[in-house]
Structure formats: structure tokens, C-alpha cells
Design a protein around this ligand. Structure first.
Ligand code: PLP
Length: 384
């Protein structure tokens, strides 16, 4: 196995940017205070948290007091859905989502259904896009929330969330988007786009793992999931993960500053990779919308036998190249077809066997060259 790791699984998680680590390091020391303490160490910790809140809000075009820190994107999604749909003492209403959401939305929907909520799962087309007209016809007078992800983690398709948000608001419903994959990669301005709630996660934008955030537009009513000391305006009690939050802030600031240039670079790398792969591996095809996709995201199908994509992924791993077959989040359900690809109309064999190649900030031309050198040979051996 080669020493050099070619990491092309940035949709699963991203390497920590050294500039982010630099922002976090001082807060890992013995002097890290509790942000709720009034002494000097506490005030320093509070300043770090509030500085980061502003940096994350700036990335979104939001106000700092519209951002609540959580321990993950998963928790932000849970808080958004349960917090709107199931406050104590209020009957559960109707929720609309899509069939291709991340499990941290879909499993919450199933739990809410078991508790008596009514949930509509919108279909997607063959490119993985929700049709706004389908949302318009699914809305009901008792629809309280519409939740559609900004970009999909398996196929990378970017949803028309501005249109979906406008349609939801037209029927008096709130709009939430899971922007965990999209934030920092495509322009997302909460102020202009109008969404009420938006989930984020630091580790998808070269920040630390285990820290997320929820944007909650001022005035949107939300009940907490975690009760305790009343931190985060009572919406997320617990002593804050100060170093993690500071890292998230630094990651957000870097993403805001570098997004446009970096996205253009990734699109160029992605297009070169796609073109050359198509030339070398004839049975390979792109899954998901050709253009409405995240800059560094490719989901590839391989017309062939069952299990080929997983074998390909493992053979590439042997050569020090990390790509993903399906999504990391479905690693616990490996033998099941991807619910995303099934919803897009793919047969169970394809739905079990896609290859996901996701580029990121530290992906170089040389990484792409190494994949291009390795893949035809690996594909031929898998195919034979
Ligand atoms: N939503 C999407 C679209 C994701 O891709 C992920 C993680 O892969 C999550 C939510 C969960 O985020 P976290 O890993 O921070 O819990």
C-alpha cells in the first residue's frame, strides 16, 4: 500500500484545516473556562463562543442571535423537526419532507409518525430533484413544516430550495433545510432565501467533528430537545464545546472568504475527472443532475455485476485512495440499497453499488492524476 493517502471522501468528513486547528489550540489548554462563569477565564470562553457565533452567522447572512450551537448536524436536524412539530401540549400536525433526506431527518420523521404526526415524503425525479409542483400539491392547511435538504450527501444534487421555501410560506408552513453538505460550498444566504431553519455541521467544511449549528430565524417558535442549565437561549442546554465552536467559527470564516474561488477550482477538477473517467471506463455513468450539483461531488454508477463498486472501492483503498461506495452514513446498512438511489428509480443492484468521489479543499491535481492512473486498471481487474 502506498504511503500517500489520496482522500476523495470529503462528503463523509473533511480534513481539519490547519488554520482552524490554530484557532482551536489555545482553547484546549488548562485555562479554558466555562462560558457561563463570570470570572476572567469564563469571559474568555464566552468571547470565543460569541465570536464564532458571529462568524457562522456571517457565512449565512444571518444575525448572530439566530444561530444555536449543537453537537452535530444530526442534532440540529432533530432539534429543528422535533422542536417545531412536537412542542409539549400541542397536537402533532403535518410535516412534508423528501424521500432522499439524510437519516437524521428521515428517522426523526418516522419517530414523529409513531407519535401521531402525519408525514408526506415527496418523490424525486431521475436526477434526484424535488419538483416544486409536488410540494405545492402536498401542502395542507395543517402543514406545520416543510424540510428539504439543500444538497444531497449521496448524489450531490442541489435542490431548488428558494422555490420550495416560497411555496411552503405561501401555505403558511415553516421551511427547514438540512444544509450540512451545502454550506460553504454553494451560496446560501438565509436572509435573502427566506428559510426559517437551517442545519449545519462543522466537519463538512474543514472544521472539527462533533459540532453543529442550527439557524433559527428570529421569531420562529421552537421547543428544546435538551433541558438543563439554559445555555443557547434555553434551546440547547449543556456546557458549550468551546474549542469545537471556535473551530467552527474559523472554518465558517475561511469558507466565506474562499468559497467562490475554491468552488470554481473544484468544478474544474471534477469536470476533468469526469471527462477522463468516461474515456477510460466505458461502463461508467454519472448519477444525479449533471449541473445542479455540489462543486466537488461525483456519484458514479457502473453498469455491471452486483458488488463491483464495493470491490472497486476496496481495491482503491489498498492503493491508498479513499473513495466511498454509497454514503458513510449507510455503512451500518451496507447490504441495503441506498434509499436515495432507489427513490431516483435505480434498480437494487445499482442502488447498492454506486461509487462516490468527493473532492475538497486539499484535493490537488496530483490526487486526480493518481485516481485516474489507478482506476482503469482497478476497474479492469474488478470487471474480469
Ligand atoms: N445531513 C447530511 C446531508 C449529512 O451528509 C450528514 C452527515 O453525513 C448529516 C446531516 C449529519 O451530520 P453530523 O455528522 O454532523 O451528525
Amino acid at each position: 500500500m502506498s504511503e500517500r493517502l489520496v482522500y476523495l471522501d470529503n462528503a463523509a468528513t473533511t480534513p481539519l484545516d490547519p488554520r482552524v486547528r490554530e484557532a482551536m489550540d489555545p482553547l484546549h489548554g488548562t485555562l479554558a473556562g466555562n462560558p457561563s462563569s463570570l470570572h476572567r477565564a469564563g469571559r474568555a470562553a464566552r468571547a470565543a463562543v460569541e465570536g464564532a457565533r458571529k462568524q457562522v452567522a456571517d457565512l449565512l447572512g444571518a444575525k448572530p442571535d439566530e444561530v444555536i450551537f449543537t453537537a452535530s448536524g444530526t442534532e440540529a436536524n432533530n432539534l429543528a423537526l422535533v422542536g417545531v412539530m412536537a412542542p409539549e401540549g400541542i397536537p402533532l400536525g403535518h410535516l412534508i419532507t423528501s424521500r432522499i433526506e439524510h437519516p437524521s431527518v428521515l428517522e426523526v420523521c418516522r419517530s414523529l409518525e409513531r407519535r401521531g404526526a402525519s408525514v408526506t415524503y415527496l418523490p424525486v425525479d431521475a436526477n434526484g430533484l424535488v419538483e416544486p409542483a409536488d410540494l405545492a400539491s402536498a401542502l395542507r392547511p395543517d402543514t406545520r413544516l416543510v424540510s428539504v435538504m439543500a444538497a444531497n450527501n449521496v448524489v450531490g444534487t442541489v435542490q431548488p430550495i428558494t422555490d420550495l421555501c416560497r411555496i411552503a410560506h405561501g401555505a403558511g408552513a415553516l421551511f427547514h433545510t438540512d444544509a450540512v453538505q451545502a454550506i460553504g460550498k454553494i451560496p446560501l444566504h438565509a436572509g435573502d432565501m427566506g428559510m426559517d431553519l437551517l442545519s449545519m455541521s462543522a466537519h463538512k467544511l474543514n472544521g472539527p467533528q462533533g459540532v453543529g449549528a442550527l439557524f433559527i430565524r428570529s421569531g420562529v417558535p421552537l421547543a428544546p430537545l435538551i433541558h438543563g442549565g439554559g445555555q443557547e437561549k434555553g434551546l440547547r442546554s449543556a456546557t458549550e464545546n468551546v474549542a469545537g465552536i471556535a473551530g467552527f467559527g474559523a472554518a465558517a470564516e475561511i469558507a466565506k472568504r474562499e468559497r467562490a474561488k475554491e468552488s470554481a477550482r473544484l468544478v474544474t477538477l471534477r469536470e476533468r475527472l469526469l471527462e477522463e473517467l468516461g474515456r477510460h471506463i466505458p461502463n461508467l455513468y454519472l448519477i444525479g443532475d449533471r449541473y445542479r450539483r455540489l462543486p466537488g461531488h461525483l456519484c458514479l454508477g457502473l453498469a455491471g455485476r452486483e458488488g463491483e463498486a464495493i470491490k472497486l472501492m476496496l481495491d482503491l483503498d489498498e492503493r491508498g485512495i479513499a473513495v466511498s461506495s454509497g454514503s458513510a452514513c449507510s455503512a451500518h446498512h451496507r447490504s441495503e440499497p441506498s434509499h436515495v438511489l432507489s427513490a431516483m428509480g435505480f434498480d437494487p443492484i445499482t442502488a447498492r453499488g454506486s461509487l462516490r468521489v468527493t473532492l475538497g479543499r486539499f484535493t490537488s491535481e496530483e490526487d486526480i492524476d493518481l485516481l485516474l492512473q489507478a482506476l482503469p486498471e482497478v476497474a479492469a481487474s474488478v470487471h474480469s
